[in-house]
Design a protein around this ligand. Structure first.
Ligand code: HEC
Ligand code: HEC
Ligand code: HEC
Ligand code: HEC
Ligand code: HEC
Length: 445
């Protein structure tokens, strides 16, 4: 294996022109572009950038490969496939979830023996991967073009937001790419490699949102929310996003803003599994500043609940929209708290009733039938997620007219994926995933 890898490195030039060819085809795994030794470990970077290393550790970028939900879902989806296009898709996950491994030759596919993944590649989306990026070939399926150095003895140029940095260990250069949503978007837009179905569209959702303003003063990029967040400061569309003054490296001069590297979205369960308490709390803070709820139009037996996406720079939820669950729980109870009507309450096995109002996408097989396995997805059957700054209303029939003294309560809830899907995954059992209350409103009649 190792000998083969050396051989292909020899036959592949390391120039940028060559790197862009390597991404030209989505389907065929390409020859390794780089040697593993070219990538420098996060700990080495953390030797001077200790705060940034601490923030990134146990982030979903750090955990992208080790994430037990991802690793089991990817193995589950690959099982039993026989159609070529479906197999290609199910094998393709590693180019985003284990990107340093993918560009250095192992793993190239989900079926490659995970236990043989080189240590540095198991560290997910890491410092030297993002800071070696110089270009993008396409706005989906990870079109990053890299120009890493030659390892610790010759670390090369690290690209970032400053035009005047003069570190002694590595060279530094300003990169416009790093200051824009596109560097995130190339991985946060996922297309089926054979059928072209839009499986994740976070970048496109942002691109079409009011946050993508032509006026640079009003424009809010991914970084302006996600790289301003720190504990106590959720930095969403509905909150302040104050600058974070400080030093980029231990002992370097103070700057007006240092971009934080927690990369918190909505995932609280996975960082918690790795013993992290800070990121789950930050994910909850983010979710609690993402949306508002409104109870209105109580007429006869009906009540309308309106959800407004006030804080997310993309649809709510975004990312794996076929898995994420944002739903409305509505209850009517009497003065003593006894429930008279309820919807959106999971059963004892953590399964939500079928009639629950859930904001999500449903993938289809091309003939109008829903599919669970994204490898089989040829169409989007429906998308009820709430676009940035938009609202969605739903009218519920309580079956009785609410009376004076009764309490009507609505909650907006989030969890990473349905228990039904977790139950299908290989052992050991996963879940139940945490349920986060995003918003709550109640009214005594
Ligand atoms: C997902 C890609 C990504 C990863 C992983 C990543 N960074 Fe960054 N980093 C960025 C971006 C993008 C910026 C600049 C944001 C901007 O200008 O809008 C940045 C900024 C920086 C800066 C400039 C100071 C600052 O924070 O503003 C330093 C130094 C840095 N990163 C070091 C690191 C180190 C060390 C690690 C690993 C522990 C790391 N980065 C991991 C994308 C990444
Ligand atoms: C020996 C100390 C040291 C090590 C090790 C180190 N850096 Fe730096 N780095 C610095 C200093 C100092 C700066 C400049 C800070 C400033 O100007 O505010 C810097 C700046 C940066 C910047 C900003 C560049 C720009 O022009 O915007 C990035 C990105 C960066 N480092 C990434 C990394 C990565 C990735 C690693 C690991 C591969 C790493 N650094 C390892 C000391 C170091
Ligand atoms: C190399 C591909 C890649 C790049 C570049 C990238 N991401 Fe990610 N990102 C991922 C993957 C893969 C995950 C999910 C890992 C998982 O859940 O197992 C992720 C997860 C996240 C999460 C956490 C989501 C959650 O559910 O909590 C946030 C937030 C995020 N990324 C923001 C960003 C931002 C902001 C940028 C640009 C500065 C960026 N990403 C660049 C691939 C990438
Ligand atoms: C205006 C602030 C804002 C901007 C801009 C923004 N986000 Fe978010 N993001 C949020 C909030 C709030 C949440 C939590 C609610 C949610 O899950 O949608 C979130 C959640 C996420 C998640 C987790 C989604 C989930 O439900 O599992 C990912 C991934 C993510 N963002 C990536 C990005 C990327 C990539 C960009 C740029 C293309 C971006 N965000 C731009 C505010 C923002
Ligand atoms: C183009 C990049 C890319 C590719 C290829 C990709 N993913 Fe992801 N994946 C992401 C991003 C970005 C997120 C974060 C979105 C979010 O948090 O909702 C993510 C999140 C996930 C999650 C959620 C993990 C959690 O902890 O909740 C699962 C599961 C997942 N991916 C499975 C897969 C599988 C299976 C494949 C291959 C069939 C795959 N991904 C291919 C970018 C990618």
């Amino acid at each position: 294996m190792y000998g083969m890898r050396m051989l292909s490195v020899l036959t592949c030039c390391l120039s940028l022109a060559c790197a862009s060819h390597a991404f030209a085809s989505d389907k065929t795994p390409s020859a390794p572009e780089f040697k593993l030794e070219q990538f420098i470990s996060p700990e080495t970077c953390g030797g001077c950038h200790s705060e940034i290393l601490e923030q990134w550790t146990n982030s979903m970028h750090n955990l992208a490969h080790k994430d037990p939900v991802y690793s089991r879902v990817s193995q589950f989806l690959r099982k039993g496939l026989t159609v070529e296009g479906e197999i290609e898709e199910a094998e393709s996950c590693v180019k985003c979830h284990t990107p340093v491994g993918f560009v250095t030759g192992f793993p190239k596919e989900v079926s490659d023996d995970r236990s043989k993944t080189p240590e540095i590649a198991t560290r997910g989306i890491q410092c030297d991967y993002c800071h070696s990026a110089v270009d993008i070939t396409k706005m989906y399926n990870n079109g990053l073009v890299l120009s890493p150095g030659q390892g610790e003895d010759d670390p090369g140029v690290k690209y970032g937001p400053f035009d005047d940095a003069e570190p002694d260990f590595h060279e530094a250069a300003f990169s416009k790419l790093h200051t824009e949503s596109a560097i995130c978007g190339t991985c946060h837009n996922v297309k089926h490699v054979a059928y072209g179905t839009d499986l994740e569209t976070t970048y496109t959702e942002w691109e079409n949102s009011p946050y993508n303003d032509a006026d640079p003063e009003k424009r809010v990029d991914c970084q302006d929310c996600h790289m301003y967040q720190r504990p106590g400061i959720p930095a969403t569309g509905s909150t302040e996003r104050p600058a974070n003054p400080g030093a980029a490296a231990d002992y370097s001069d103070e700057r007006p803003h240092i971009f934080t590297h927690y990369f918190v979205g909505a995932n609280s369960g996975v960082p918690a599994e790795f013993g992290d308490a800070e990121k789950p709390a930050m994910a909850e803070e983010r979710l609690k500043h993402a949306a508002t709820l409104d109870l209105s139009g109580i007429t006869d037996t009906k009540v309308t609940v309106t959800v407004t996406n006030t804080g997310a720079g993309h649809s709510l939820p975004t990312g794996v929209g076929d898995l994420r669950q944002v739903w409305i729980e509505l209850t009517l109870s009497d003065g003593a708290g006894k429930p008279l009507f309820r919807t959106g309450i999971p059963d004892d096995n953590h399964v939500l009733p079928d009639d629950t109002v859930i904001f999500r996408t449903v993938l289809g097989d091309g003939q109008g039938n829903p599919v669970l396995n994204l490898a089989k997805a040829r169409e989007i059957l429906s998308d009820t997620r709430i676009p940035a700054k938009a609202s969605a209303s739903h009218t519920f029939d309580l079956g009785m007219a609410p009376k004076k003294g009764q309490v009507l309560q609505a909650r907006l809830l989030y969890r990473g994926m349905p228990q039904k899907i977790l139950n299908l995954l290989p052992e050991p059992a996963l879940g139940p995933l945490p349920v986060v209350e995003m918003a709550k409103v109640s009214q005594t009649l």
